[in-house]
Design a binder for this molecule. Structure first.
Ligand SMILES: Cc1cc2nc3c(=O)[nH]c(=O)nc-3n(C[C@H](O)[C@H](O)[C@H](O)COP(=O)(O)OP(=O)(O)OC[C@H]3O[C@@H](n4cnc5c(N)ncnc54)[C@H](O)[C@@H]3O)c2cc1C
Length: 475
């Protein structure tokens, strides 16, 4: 076997001898693979097919000991290091070219303590896997809307979904985490131990170390929730969208309703003549059932004359996977995202203009409603700083054919630019594409940035963890 030549973080190269690779294999409980070996393609393949990178070496960790070995190896040789949880990040930082990829996706343990209402979750767990374990006890914590997303990256950036207006962000429900820091030490971070690190990993992304275990607070949810979709023709959007904005401002925290503007997929409950035409979809979930739930969703369901209304009691786990068919891995994707404190009629005009000329059948504009419990957390409590945001507008550009790259990316940027004068300037770190490094400091981290640089200096002064929305260590 020849030497394995790897990229370093300083754009140099280092050769590891066959003996060094054999020694690594002997130490690691999981798998070590080089290009072409079994497991390599699976590890390097991530959700966004726009990202096609080839690491020089992959360590598929089975536990914290393997993570420590990989971090020590990277540090000793100054290797370019990427860290993969669920592989969903749009920017694709979890996979590097030529360096060492630490793939955590095999670390799948979830342990629920139903009496204490807590969960211990390893970093390879997906949202769907976490939900299934917690729902065995009718418990849940706020997670995202696509069940194949990884809990690790989602949590480290903030994390929000159908339960967040009631129970806060995912990070607001994080009790503690085990973190392997840049020197290869495993530390327990919580409000009492390494509180600065605990603050930073709640929104500061993967900048501070590799999390090998997350501990979450759980809440009674399900097994059924009132949830579902209401589909309107695009011709009604000019009336329905402003009414949606008005109604969600009055909604109880239990109710979360989002809007999706897209071409109708061939859903069985939609007439065939609607398939492929532009529609406005109201997607809603009330964190409960019964009279209060039906009363809360009634005003949204009463809007206009929908093509279809499939809101009703659904298993929470089923609702959490309902949008998965639209978000399958392997497509080309480019996202742009803006935060808003309110959605003015000017923004509505822009959204409807661009949604009326979608560049592919799979593109969508998505309006997420936040607020509620998320915004009652003081801005300085966690590194996630966007505690005044009521709406996130995401431009989800998605297509299959590389020949459409320029058209789709251009459309997304055009919509983004048209919204910019009305937005806060902030952006959720987990929605940033790889070409937005200029938004990292002020947009993603904002008022948290200076403190983040100090924590970075304490735990990763050499910036070993640089493949992320990167924070420079304080001078
Ligand atoms: C289809 C889709 C739907 C989404 N919906 C939502 C949503 O509803 N709500 C929401 O909040 N977000 C949502 N997101 C965004 C999601 O939160 C981010 O993509 C997130 O980064 C995914 O985490 P991951 O572990 O799958 O990603 P990865 O790409 O594996 O990881 C992202 C980054 O996190 C860091 N990282 C990962 N694991 C670790 C670890 N154990 N320790 C240290 N650093 C680590 C690394 O820097 C890595 O580059 C969605 C994304 C997609 C693609």
């Amino acid at each position: 076997m020849p030497d394995v030549v790897l990229e370093t973080a300083s754009r140099g190269r280092v050769a590891l001898s066959p003996e060094q690779i054999a020694s690594l294999r002997a130490k690691v409980r999981g798998a070590v693979c080089t290009p072409g070996e079994p497991g390599y393609e699976k590890s390097r393949t991530i959700w966004n097919a726009m990202i096609d990178r080839r690491p020089g070496l992959v360590v598929c960790a089975a536990g914290a000991a393997d993570v420590i070995e990989a971090v020590k190896l990277a540090r000793e040789h100054g290797l370019l290091l990427s860290v993969k949880g669920g592989g969903h990040n749009i920017a694709g930082h979890s996979v590097c070219n030529g360096g060492l990829m630490l793939d955590l996706s095999a670390m799948k343990s979830v342990r629920i303590d139903p009496a204490a209402r807590t969960a211990r979750v390893e970093p390879g767990v997906t949202l769907g896997e976490f939900d299934r374990e917690a729902q065995a006890f009718a418990l849940a914590t706020p997670l995202g809307i696509n069940s194949t997303t990884g809990v690790a990256g989602l949590t480290l950036g903030g994390g929000f979904g159908w339960l967040s207006r009631k129970y806060g962000l995912t990070v607001d429900n994080l009790i503690s985490a085990d973190v392997v820091t840049a020197d290869g030490t495993l530390v327990h971070a919580s409000a009492k131990e390494h509180p600065d690190l605990f603050w930073a990993i709640r929104g500061g992304g993967g900048n501070f170390g590799v999390v090998t275990s997350f501990e979450y607070r759980l809440h009674p949810v399900g097994p059924e929730v009132i949830s579902g979709l209401v589909v309107h023709p695009f011709s009604a959007a000019r009336t329905v969208l402003p009414e949606y904005v008005r109604l969600v401002a009055q909604a109880p925290d239990e109710l979360t309703a989002w809007v999706v503007l897209r071409k109708a997929p061939p859903l069985p409950f939609l007439p065939t003549e609607v398939h492929g035409t532009e529609v406005l979809v109201l997607a809603m979930c009330y964190a409960g059932t019964g009279e209060a739930a039906l009363k809360a969703v009634a005003p949204l369901r009463a809007l206009g004359t929908p093509i279809a209304d499939v809101v009703g009691p659904h298993q929470f786990t089923a609702w959490q996977t309902a949008l998965d068919p639209l978000l399958t891995p392997g497509a080309r994707n480019y996202w742009k995202s803006h935060d808003f404190t309110s959605l003015s009629s000017e923004v509505v005009d822009v959204l409807l203009d661009y949604a009326g000329r979608l560049p592919s059948a799979e593109c969508e504009v998505f309006v997420g409603n936040l607020g509620g419990a998320i915004n009652r957390v003081p801005v300085e409590a966690t590194a996630y700083p966007h505690r005044n945001v009521e709406f996130i507008v995401n431009v989800h550009t998605r297509w299959q054919d590389a020949a459409l790259d320029a058209t789709c990316v251009g459309w997304a940027r055009g919509l983004f630019d048209a919204m910019t004068p009305h937005a806060t300037g902030g952006v959720y770190v987990n929605f940033m594409p790889e070409d937005e490094a200029d938004r990292t400091r002020a947009g993603a981290y904002g008022p948290s940035y200076e403190r983040l640089t100090r924590v970075k200096k304490t735990y990763d002064a050499s910036n070993l963890f640089c493949l992320n929305q990167n924070i420079n260590p304080a001078a």
